[in-house]
Design a protein around this ligand. Structure first.
Ligand SMILES: Cc1cc2nc3c(=O)[nH]c(=O)nc-3n(C[C@H](O)[C@H](O)[C@H](O)COP(=O)(O)O)c2cc1C
Length: 159
């Protein structure tokens, strides 16, 4: 892997991200992963971008299925972020024992999150060791207003 200059990494870490769970469905298999590199991209149609590492199990599932849902975590959902972000669905069923809903695409919608957006992939772009997926929001909902969106803080997840 190319050595990144420390000042480049340090500068990039000053960018603020929220924390989201990106879920998907391929046939009868569901999976999800935690992601911080998520952003709005267009008002009309409503588009969202998610940057997914090429080594993630979710990466090929999203590429093949063409669908994903964005679940917005609250600042009281750190354990959910860890559940989906610290192990791969390649070997474990991260949804074991967890009930979820499904909407237009069949991607899991978490019951305990602030809001969700169910998306179909309209384009994807190679972005180094990640792929940038652009999703059109087909359906969405707000579940809770009682907590602020979880802001990504490395120490909360990797200490
Ligand atoms: C807080 C947090 C943020 C993360 N953000 C991203 C991200 O934006 N993109 C990404 O590819 N991986 C991200 N990850 C790592 C994936 O969630 C992790 O590799 C996960 O195990 C992949 O699951 P999968 O193999 O089942 O797809 C993040 C992890 C955490 C804990």
């Amino acid at each position: 892997m190319e050595q990144i200059r420390p000042e480049i990494s340090a500068s990039q870490k000053k960018i603020i991200h929220g924390v989201y769970v990106i879920s998907t469905r391929l046939g009868n298999k569901v999976n999800a992963m935690t992601a911080a590199w998520v952003a709005r991209a267009s008002f009309s149609p409503p588009l969202i971008t998610v940057s997914i590492g090429k080594t993630r199990h979710s990466h090929n599932m999203i590429k093949e299925s063409g669908v994903f849902a964005v679940n917005v975590l609250g600042n009281d959902n750190i354990e959910t972020g860890k559940r989906f972000g610290l192990k791969s669905g390649a070997k474990t069923d991260k949804f074991a024992g967890l009930e979820y809903d499904t909407k237009a695409t069949g991607s899991p919608i978490l019951r305990d999150c602030l809001a969700w957006m169910d998306c179909k992939v309209t384009a994807f772009h190679d972005a180094g060791d990640h792929t940038l997926f652009i999703g059109e929001v087909l359906d969405a909902g707000v579940l809770r207003h009682d907590a602020p969106t979880l802001i990504y803080d490395r120490d909360k997840f990797f200490k």
